[in-house]
Design a protein around this ligand. Structure first.
Ligand code: S3P
Length: 434
C-alpha cells in the first residue's frame, strides 16, 4: 500500500448519532438527521427506540427521520433489547427506561456481557429503578423503571460520559431537578444536544473545574434538524496512518473537534505531527474543521493523565504512533481502558508485541519505546492479533500493519462494523489501492 493522499470523509460521530436518535424519539414530532453513523452500535439504539414506540426511517437521500413519542410516553418493549456490542446504547438507554413505567431486559454480545453496569445501576437505583442483573452487575439485566422517579444529586465516581448521560436522560422524566456533579470533564454532547432540543439544563463550573449539571424534569422536547459531524475517533486512525506512512499528505474533511474529544490531535502535534486545521466552522452546534495531515517524524512523550477523558477511545491508536516514534512514550491513568470493549491496555500490549514493538504494561498504562520511524519488524513467530470483539483494536492494528515490514494480521475484522463500516474501503481509497 502506498502513502495516504487525497481527500476523504469519515462517517458521522457515534456519540452524537446515538443521542440524536434517543432525543429525537423523546421529542414530539419529526427530527431529521443527516450524516448519521450507520454502524451496528447506532442501529442497536435505533432498534431499541423503535421497540419503545418511535418511528425511525432511513430515506433514499441518506437522511434519517425520527418521529418521537414524547418524554414519559415510551412504550413497553415486547422483547429483550439486544444491545450488540454497544456500551453507549446500553448505559444511556438504561437511564431513559429507568424513569418510565416500563420493564426492559438488556442483552449483549460476549464483550458487552463482561462490562460493568453497576456504575449506572447504582445511581439509577437511587432514583427508584429496580434491577436484576447477572453476577457483578452485568448483562443480561432486567430493569423496572420508577414512576415517578426521585430526583437525585450524584457525584460521578468515575469520569464517564455514559454514566453522566444516563442520569441526565433519566432526569428528563423525573419531577424536579436532577443534578450530576462531574469532577473531571467528559464529552459534553448530551448537554449540548439536550439544550438544543429545548431541555432546561444548566452547567456551572467552579474554580477547580468541577462541573455541576442540572436538568429540570418532565421536559417537553422539540424536534430538531441535526447534521452529525465526522467522528474524530474514526478520523484518528487515518490521522495516525498518514503521520507514520512516509510520503502521506491527506485531508480528512468535516472532523468534529469538540474540545472534550480532540486531545489526541494535540498529543500528536506535541510529538511532532503535522496536523493543520483548515476551514474551521460550526456544524450542528459542534466545532468542526478539515484536517490536513502530513507524514512526520514523531518523538515520544509523557501523556498527561488529565487529558485521558478527552481522548479515552484514542489510546489504542496513540500507542501505534508511539511504537513508531523516536524515544519513549509513557501513559498513565488509563484504568478505564481495561473496561472498554476489551481490556485495551493488555490487548494492545500483546498486539504490538506481535508486531515487534517494545512495550511494557503497567497497572494503568503502557510504556512504549519506539522505532524512531523504522517499520515495525514483526516477530519470527508472528501470529494473528487477537481483537477480543474490539473494533478499535482491529483498526489500530490495521494502521500498525501499514508501517510494518511483515504486515499485521488480525483474527477478526467484523467488529469494525460497529463504529466504522467503511474503514477498509476508505483505507484502500486513501492508499490508492481501491
Ligand atoms: C461515550 C463515552 C465513553 C466512550 C464511548 C462513548 C459516549 O465511554 O468510551 O465510546 O458516547 O458517551 P465512558 O463514558 O464509559 O468513558
Amino acid at each position: 500500500m502506498g502513502p495516504l493522499t487525497g481527500r476523504i470523509r469519515v462517517p458521522g460521530d457515534k456519540s452524537i448519532s446515538h443521542r440524536s436518535i434517543m432525543l429525537g424519539a423523546l421529542a414530539v414530532g419529526r427530527t431529521r438527521v443527516t450524516g448519521l453513523l450507520e454502524g451496528e452500535d447506532v442501529l442497536s439504539t435505533a432498534a431499541a427506540m423503535r421497540a419503545m414506540g418511535a418511528t425511525i426511517e432511513r430515506h433514499d437521500s441518506g437522511e434519517w427521520t425520527v418521529d418521537g413519542v414524547g418524554v414519559g410516553s415510551l412504550l413497553q418493549p415486547q422483547q429483550a433489547l439486544d444491545m450488540g456490542n454497544s456500551g453507549t446504547s446500553t448505559r444511556l438507554l438504561m437511564g431513559l427506561v429507568s424513569s418510565h413505567p416500563i420493564t426492559a431486559t438488556f442483552t449483549g454480545d460476549a464483550s458487552l456481557s463482561k462490562r460493568p453496569m453497576s456504575r449506572v445501576i447504582d445511581p439509577l437505583s437511587q432514583i427508584g429503578a429496580e434491577f436484576t442483573a447477572a453476577p457483578g452487575g452485568r448483562l443480561p439485566l432486567t430493569l423496572r423503571g420508577a414512576f415517578p422517579a426521585v430526583p437525585i444529586e450524584y457525584c460521578l465516581p468515575v469520569a464517564s460520559a455514559q454514566v453522566k448521560s444516563a442520569i441526565l436522560l433519566a432526569g428528563l422524566n423525573t419531577p424536579g431537578v436532577t443534578t450530576v456533579i462531574e469532577p473531571v470533564p467528559t464529552r459534553d454532547h448530551s448537554e449540548r444536544m439536550l439544550r438544543g432540543f429545548g431541555a432546561d439544563l444548566s452547567v456551572e463550573v467552579d474554580s477547580a473545574g468541577t462541573r455541576t449539571i442540572r436538568i429540570v424534569g418532565e421536559a417537553d422536547l422539540k424536534p430538531q434538524v441535526i447534521e452529525v459531524p465526522g467522528d474524530p475517533s474514526s478520523a484518528a486512525f487515518f490521522v495516525v496512518a498518514a503521520l507514520i506512512v512516509p510520503g502521506s499528505d491527506l485531508v480528512i474533511e468535516n472532523v468534529g473537534l469538540n474540545p472534550t474529544r480532540a486531545a489526541l490531535f494535540d498529543m500528536l502535534r506535541a510529538m511532532g505531527g503535522s496536523i493543520e486545521e483548515l476551514n474551521p466552522r460550526d456544524v450542528g452546534g459542534e466545532p468542526v474543521a478539515d484536517l490536513r495531515v502530513r507524514a512526520s517524524a514523531l518523538t515520544g512523550i509523557n501523556v498527561d493523565p488529565a487529558v485521558v477523558p478527552s481522548m479515552v477511545d484514542e489510546f489504542p491508536v496513540l500507542f501505534v504512533a508511539a511504537a513508531l516514534a523516536k524515544g519513549r512514550t509513557v501513559t498513565t491513568g488509563l484504568e478505564e481502558l481495561r473496561v472498554k470493549e476489551s481490556d485495551r491496555i493488555s490487548a494492545m500490549r500483546a498486539a504490538l508485541e506481535l508486531a515487534g514493538a517494545r512495550v511494557t504494561e503497567t497497572e494503568d498504562g503502557l510504556i512504549i519505546d519506539g522505532t524512531g520511524g523504522d517499520p515495525l519488524p514483526g516477530t519470527a513467530t508472528a501470529a494473528q492479533v487477537v481483537t477480543h470483539l474490539d473494533h478499535r483494536i482491529a483498526m489500530s492494528m490495521a494502521v500498525a500493519g501499514l508501517a510494518s515490514r511483515a504486515g499485521v494480521e488480525v483474527d477478526d475484522t467484523r467488529p469494525i462494523a460497529t463504529s466504522f463500516p467503511v474503514f477498509e474501503s476508505l483505507l484502500a481509497t486513501a492508499t490508492g489501492s481501491a
